[in-house]
Design a protein. Sequence first.
Length: 282
Amino acid sequence: MEDPAPSLRKMADVLQHITKHYQAGPKSRKERGWLRINKNTMTKEVMSTILSKKPKCGPVPPGEVVVRVAVFHPTKSDKTQEILILGSQKLIDLKNAIDCITENILVEQEGDEIPCIHSSYFYINRTFYDYIAPGDSEPLSQRITTWAKQKEKEGEIRFRRLRNRKMENVRVVDLDIQLGAHYHFCHAIDENHTIIFTEIRFHDAFDPQDRGAYPLDVFKWQEKMRKCCSCAVNHAQLVIYGDKLSASNPAYYCEMCHKAFHKDSQGNDIYLDYHVHPYTHD
Ligand SMILES: [Zn+2]
Ligand SMILES: [Zn+2]
């Protein structure tokens, strides 16, 4: 049997190191400020880069409130983002700060029968906070509120008091929210992200001091990027469904391998009974 002593000694060293670190405490007030951000996996260097790209809008006024919002993946239980936003900022600023790949790939293609819809809403405490994108004729929540009104007429009291407000007109600090409760952000027609308000506190000396820094990402999910199933060298750029010659369904290809397998020397498709979509990451 292996002698446990070396691993125990190693563990004791680690514990001693951790104890020393906590006893010593942070070296300066500035460093303590960074520690608050670092616990969300953003390193000091990454955060400095992010802050250097933010516009300069002047100092945050005294008494300002900072709200931390966690955003979750629409189909998995993973948290994808954590955002610090000022209480005086509008809900539309929070919407613009939510980074979802679906919004980026919603580009209208020529000949599309269904137009892309960029409108979205937050659903918080029986209120739809709508954003109507230019070109869209009605709020994304319209179908739900119409259906709810019909149900109300039929005597279903649980659909009463649903309200609509524009997210451009609502400050974060004016929301009627509960810490830890699950609310919804819906975009791209029917993609729902759970959002949770996890912290509300006063802005202090340890936070970034310029208003332009907010909304500020303090946590970002590490995206998973697949490789091409053919060359296994390049990152996949296309995802293919129902392809009879691929070993898996869906199959992921780089542009070069897809062309080599599915087009002839003239660049014409060899067969068309499969679906190809652009792929960025999971
Ligand atoms: Zn999304
Ligand atoms: Zn390839």
